[in-house]
Design a protein around this ligand. Sequence first.
Ligand SMILES: C[S@@+](CC[C@H](N)C(=O)[O-])C[C@H]1O[C@@H](n2cnc3c(N)ncnc32)[C@H](O)[C@@H]1O
Length: 205
Amino acid sequence: MVGFVLGFQVNFVSICEVAKAWDDMYEEVYERRERLLFIFKSMLPPLRNKIVLDIGSRLGAVLYGAYVYTKASKIVGVEMNAELCNIQNKLIKKYNFQDRIEIIEANVADRPDVILSADVIIMNNVFEFFMEPEEQVTVWRFLRQTVKPGTLLVTVPPLEETFSQLQTGIVLSEWVQELPPFNPDAAGITLSAKAMLEVKQYKVI
Ligand SMILES: C[S@@+](CC[C@H](N)C(=O)[O-])C[C@H]1O[C@@H](n2cnc3c(N)ncnc32)[C@H](O)[C@@H]1O
């Protein structure tokens, strides 16, 4: 069956695929917002005067969430892809987020100073799809050596899951302690219980 969308001839199967992709995208964007609300309002403690770092900030969604939902004094995104850094910088300028958000274009493994300055580090699927397993092992060992005790890590997926697929030699129980949400009764949290299980918070010991 053939139809027309925006003047382009497409067959019926394509229309269904586009509609499905649009639905999936809507769901993903919605869930992302819910997840950020959960992380910043329920999981983490209040972040007034703290420095938040998102490793691999991509388009900056986590940074904007931190800006809107917290009083963190500084919110830093490290991103190794130059084009993505340009997009983030344009958005930050457009929405006047420059007073608290900064983008650093770098491989995080080259910036121990940025890691050391952070009170909270967020890692959302950061290395899994962008580095070979050997490179991932190297960067995790770098983080193990560099992140200072007391730093909070928020990871998706949980570190246990990431480490079960890599030979890092890092003993998680000697590095971090999992923490429950700081404010489990925070108002307005609608993230599903299943989606909550994909996010974990740890304190570096
Ligand atoms: C799945 S995206 C993270 C998305 C973003 N944090 C969010 O939640 O919206 C992973 C990003 O990490 C970046 N990345 C991967 N390895 C990196 C590294 N070693 N240093 C800096 N950025 C890195 C990739 O370029 C990619 O943009």
